[in-house]
Design a protein around this ligand. Structure first.
Ligand code: CO
Length: 134
């Protein structure tokens, strides 16, 4: 069902510092910050040869990242994003097997303009999972 690892998302307390660390210390190709008001985040994407890293920072007052950073002040891995061919087929199949989809269950438009959904971390060993139609 799931395909490629699309990205690993890391919540960071200082987006500029984190982006600079990836650019200079790790020598990675780092994109420009982009705001995603629908998701309450500002993101920076880092292109690696086999996947991407998504640096996440809160945007707005009730960002879902704010609580995570309150518990993890230095930042930390926030979610993994797996690609699926058809997000509605994937959602229905996973729900039929007992996995919980966060929110209304309707896909939202993700950072790459593609439909995304999130699966409950308690159903996946403590790891929040994003599904992206690719
Ligand atoms: Co993501």
């Amino acid at each position: 069902m799931i395909g490629r690892l699309n990205h690993v998302a890391i919540a960071v307390p200082d987006l500029e510092a984190a982006a600079a660390r990836y650019r200079t210390t790790l020598g990675a190709t780092v994109g420009a910050p982009q705001d995603e008001p629908d998701h309450g985040v500002r993101v920076v994407f880092i292109d690696l040869p086999n996947t991407k890293i998504e640096l996440l920072h809160p945007l707005g007052e009730d960002s879902p990242i704010a609580g995570f950073l309150a518990k993890n002040p230095d930042g930390g891995v926030h979610h993994l994003c797996y690609e699926v061919e058809d997000i509605l087929v994937a959602r229905d199949q996973m729900q039929s097997m007992g996995a919980r989809v966060l929110g209304s269950g309707a896909p939202k438009t993700g950072a790459h303009g593609k439909p995304v959904l999130f699966l409950h971390p308690k159903d996946f060993n403590g790891c929040l999972i994003e599904l992206e139609e690719a």
